[in-house]
Ligand binder design. Structure first.
Ligand SMILES: [Zn+2]
Length: 138
């Protein structure tokens, strides 16, 4: 006869179930750009920011600062950069943002939130619970 009490049995049972944390990983689509005259429009900016749960204004500020460009959000919440920028180089910058301010350094989940406590910005992972301070570059 197995010498397990009820709690141990429960633990065994639950350890065999897939963790709720192991949800489908977030798919982050690349930013889609369209050059309009001397401007570059990011057509799926709002959607992508929603997927990564980041304030579009903050993401845009980071991108603009990295490029030394000016820009704004249009009525639909999509980004307009006042400069011609290739899709490849924009996505390179965006990937950097994701790496620094979205991806959990501990478990590499993208299910994180960025919060501000005074002057300190904290990346909090919703998957593993890790918290790390990040240095804002916007
Ligand atoms: Zn994590």
């Amino acid at each position: 006869m197995l010498n397990l009490d009820y709690n141990e049995l429960l633990e065994r049972l639950y350890s065999k179930l897939p963790s709720k944390r192991a949800e489908a990983p977030i798919e982050i689509p690349p930013l889609e750009t369209e050059v309009v005259g001397i401007h570059t429009k990011v057509k799926n900016f709002k959607l992508v920011c929603e997927i990564i749960s980041r304030d579009p204004r903050l993401v845009l500020r980071y991108l603009l600062k990295s490029m030394g460009a000016k820009g704004s959000l249009d009525r639909d919440g999509n980004a307009v950069i006042h400069q011609n920028v290739s899709k490849a180089s924009l996505n390179k910058l965006f990937e950097k943002f994701v790496e620094l301010y979205v991806r959990c350094p501990t478990c590499h989940s993208y299910q994180t939130e960025l919060k501000r406590e005074g002057r300190i910005w904290i990346l909090k992972c919703l998957a593993c619970g890790a918290e790390s301070t990040v240095r804002p570059a916007w």
